[in-house]
Design a protein around this ligand. Structure first.
Ligand code: MG
Length: 334
């Protein structure tokens, strides 16, 4: 193969075939993908959860991950939040002519590794190569399907007054990592994206506690925006305490330097769990036993006072209304 990607590789002809066999099947191959029919033949035995996302993160490689693993984790996580075991993923690649082949290979290999670790198969895909400048290096779309195994499925509409609000770990790691890479900033202690597949931990949690009301991953817009969405969907107040929200010291330091609020920064390996009070301690115990939930904690509770709002108690005892993020604070963060 040439060292640079040529337009021919997206033509559907011989060059495309070489790209498929020497790269995609090599790293992503499985019984479904290897058949190379026009579509994948899949069987499911339950209601399904389905989600799609497009990844344009800049830079392509960052501490803690890259656009390939992120594209798998993001879709696996969204599919899982509905109380599903993710099974299948699709992959659409839009590639810029001239892209280094070894960059593409690293990204595809990373997707394969992430899918393997999450236990999902990439079952169908598509590649387009566009002329220089028509796209910035590589954009990836992934769509996922999961089998829902709890009834009723968790939903942003299901928070109830009296529920406990838990988060699975520290806030803002991914957002601050991408931004500091882009700005060329370095801090005393290095920051790292939290990009990870949450499905194994969440399936464990739901098998023990099927009564969980809400699961959401606070990606773009961060914890504040996601809780605002839940407050509106469920018509309840989400009351949280700032002192209980875990933020790594280096992330807090970077945020204050850049004038950012970690509660509005994207996370790619964390989730919010809202559930009846009586299950809160057990849920935390299950989360603490997993490396992806070791910093899990309770940050507040659901109330019925200020419906549709997120109210945060500040460390000095005052109250602050947390609004949704206006516009794009950080473009191309995922
Ligand atoms: Mg989500």
């Amino acid at each position: 193969m040439s060292e640079k990607l040529l337009l021919d590789y997206g033509s559907g002809g011989k060059a495309s075939q070489r790209l498929i066999s020497e790269m995609f099947l090599k790293y992503l191959g499985n019984e479904h993908l290897n058949r190379l029919d026009d579509a994948a033949f899949l069987e499911v035995t339950s209601p399904i959860s389905m989600s799609t996302d497009t990844f344009t993160v800049d830079p392509l490689f960052f501490p803690g991950g890259d656009i390939g693993s992120l594209a798998v984790h993001g879709t696996v996580n969204d599919v899982t939040m509905l109380g599903a075991r993710p099974r299948y993923i699709t992959c659409g690649l839009i590639l810029e002519e001239g892209l280094d082949m070894d960059v593409l290979e690293r990204i595809v290999a990373s997707m394969g590794e992430a899918a393997h670790h999450a236990g999902v198969d990439i079952v169908t895909g598509d590649t387009k190569v566009v002329p220089r400048g028509a796209v910035d290096k590589i954009f990836i779309n992934t769509t996922g399907i999961g089998e829902i195994f709890v009834d009723p499925a968790p939903s942003g509409h299901s928070a109830r007054p009296g529920d406990a609000i838990l988060i699975s770990g520290t806030m803002g790691d991914h957002g601050l990592t991408i931004l500091s890479q882009r700005e060329g900033l370095s801090f005393d202690a290095p920051v790292k994206s939290d990009s990870a597949a949450l499905n194994h931990l969440i399936v464990k949690l739901l098998e023990e506690i099927p009564e969980i009301h809400v699961l959401r991953d606070p990606t773009r817009g961060g914890l504040a925006t996601t809780l605002s969405e839940i407050a509106l969907q469920s018509d309840v107040e989400c009351f949280i305490r700032e002192k209980d929200i875990p933020v790594r010291k280096e992330v807090a330091g970077g945020c204050s330097f850049l004038g950012l609020d970690p509660l509005y920064l994207a996370n790619e390996g964390k989730f919010i769990c809202i559930l009846p009070e009586k299950y809160a301690a057990k849920a935390l115990e299950i989360m603490h036993a997993d490396s992806l939930g070791e910093n899990a904690c309770r940050i507040g509770e659901v109330k019925d006072e200020h419906q549709g709002k997120v109210i945060m108690q500040t460390p000095i005892g005052g109250h602050r209304l947390l609004d949704m993020l206006e516009g794009a604070q950080l473009p191309r963060i995922c």
